[in-house]
Design a protein around this ligand. Structure first.
Ligand code: AMP
Ligand code: GLY
Length: 409
């Protein structure tokens, strides 16, 4: 079959890498793709937010299966446009993807459209407390306030327009203590199939210090998500959500990424995302390999009740290399050397995010640039192998955390 993946990040490189290994895949196109993706797929220039353009591209290229990677095309209704045109599609409708922005299933206390009311409420509740700009603020709309002063300042910022229109509504949530983990479930609207767990590292600095980022590294599985906690999360969080989405007439089809907080042997929901995590996808795809395509097809064809995951009994760990300065401002165009010196086997992969090929050289074009990923029989072995790859890469313009995996090791 001919397959089109939308996106250009490390997540899409990992998806392409896994899909390409499946013999069902004849032709693989990624739009827009990046320099690393070009090693495993054809890259095509296409406005992935333009549903009509995606539909005509699929017709012109006889695409049999469309996989939507990032949230932006989902929110723009690209999966809806493709399905309406009869294209088999992996990814939720725009209405279902709104689950990502919705706080209806989380620990929300209250909603405010007025700063004075929000201030009064937070003052009464006290700290620690969590203030969120409702709507999509690219993960930047969350302040975990440890003091009342921080909480009030966050409210003033959000209503003062620091985040633009996303701040016009503010949600106040109960602060949840515990250890965070990511749980990935495929659902076809009715059935649900857990496909893996991972833990991300959101802060830029070693020891979880400094500002939040899109994620500086991940590993899978997440030992904190035991079988018992996964079963509880399925029964109390995931299944009710899937049922409620169907009841509302917006059945959810695609991957459900549940951000969970684990404490006292129980999981609570921090947030949902309507896509694979990045860099969590890199470690999941390393462990799933070719079957990822079969699972996404079963999801799109609503036959997940008959699908099974063959779990790999090992570990994968991904270290993100980012441009110096990230998540603040950073330079573009620095050259990345020695990528050709890395081991060439399916247990060692460098997934590209912000890269371009320039006269035979790979250059950095984004904040998060490489996802250096390795598998191992133990997490420690995967970590050792990933950092050996990091140390081979010659990129003076980049940096990474040196402690990915610390929580589990
Ligand atoms: P979100 O964008 O909703 O994922 O929030 C970003 C991060 O803020 C999460 O990954 C958590 O680390 C933290 N966070 C969000 N909501 C809460 C909460 N209710 N209690 C504690 N931490 C939270
Ligand atoms: N790594 C976190 C995310 O993809 O949202």
């Amino acid at each position: 079959m001919n397959i089109l993946i939308l996106g250009s990040g490390g997540r899409e490189h990992a998806l392409a890498w896994a899909v390409k290994q499946n013999p069902k895949c004849d032709r693989l196109i990624v739009a827009p793709g990046n320099a690393g993706i070009a090693d495993v797929a054809e890259c095509a220039a296409l406005d992935m937010l333009d549903g009509a353009a995606v539909v005509s591209f699929c017709a012109e290229n006889a695409v049999d299966f469309l996989i939507v990677g990032p949230e932006a095309p989902l929110a723009a209704g690209v999966a809806d446009a493709a399905r309406a045109a009869g294209i088999l599609t992996f990814g939720p409708s725009a209405a279902a993807a709104r689950l990502e922005a919705s706080k209806a299933f989380t620990a929300a206390y209250a909603h405010f459209t007025d700063a004075a009311a929000a201030r009064a409420y937070v003052t009464a509740q006290g700290a620690p407390i969590v203030i969120k700009a409702d709507g999509l603020a690219a993960g930047k709309g969350v302040v975990v306030a440890m003091t009342l002063a921080e909480g009030l300042a966050a409210i003033d910022d959000m209503f003062g327009g620091a985040l633009g229109t996303a701040g016009a509504e503010v949600v106040v949530e109960e602060f949840m203590q515990g250890e965070e983990a990511s749980f990935f479930i495929l659902t076809d609207g009715t059935h649900a199939l857990p496909i893996g767990t991972a833990q991300d590292h959101k802060r830029v600095g070693d020891g979880d210090t400094g500002p939040n980022t899109g994620g500086m590294g991940a590993y899978s599985p997440a030992p904190v998500l035991t079988d018992a906690i996964m079963a509880q999360a399925m029964a109390e969080i995931v299944q009710p959500t899937i049922a409620e989405m169907a009841r509302r007439g917006t059945p959810y089809q695609g991957v459900l990424y549940a951000g969970l907080m684990i404490a006292d042997g129980r999981a609570r929901l921090v947030e949902y995302n309507a896509r694979f995590g990045d860099p969590e996808c890199q470690v999941l795809m390393m462990r799933l390999g070719a079957q990822a395509l079969d699972l996404m097809l079963a999801c799109a064809e609503a036959r997940l009740d008959r699908a099974q995951v063959q779990w790999a009994d090992d570990h994968a760990l991904c270290v993100v290399m980012a441009a110096k300065g990230y998540p603040g401002s950073y330079a573009k165009g620095s050259v990345i050397g020695n990528l050709d010196q890395l081991p060439e086997d399916s247990r060692h992969m460098v997934f590209h995010a912000g890269t371009a090929a320039d006269h035979g050289q790979i250059t950095a074009t984004g904040g998060r640039v490489l996802g250096v990923t390795a598998r191992g029989d133990t997490l420690a072995a995967a970590q050792k192998a990933a950092y050996a790859m990091v140390d081979t890469i010659d990129w003076p313009g980049g940096f990474c955390r040196r402690d990915i995996g610390w929580r589990a090791l």
